[in-house]
Design a protein around this ligand. Structure first.
Ligand SMILES: [Zn+2]
Length: 67
């Protein structure tokens, strides 16, 4: 049981590390000024809140719901 717990812990750590590495590769501070999907202007507030975003709030939420 103890061994199992450790394996799970290690797995969690590895996953967190992978996610962190993925985030580090993601673009920072280069938010698009226009949505790549509908061409609408992305509000400054969103561009600052979500560095590297390329879609407006509406398209982003549509994409998330579509998954
Ligand atoms: Zn859009």
């Amino acid at each position: 049981m103890d061994l199992y717990d450790r394996a799970t812990e290690l797995e969690t750590l590895q996953r967190e590390h992978a996610i962190a590495a993925q985030r580090a590769r993601a673009p920072h501070g280069e938010s698009a000024s226009e949505c790549e999907r509908c061409g609408e202007e992305i509000p400054d507030a969103r561009r600052q809140a979500v560095p590297g975003c390329t879609r407006c709030t509406e398209c982003e939420s549509l994409r998330e719901r579509g998954r």
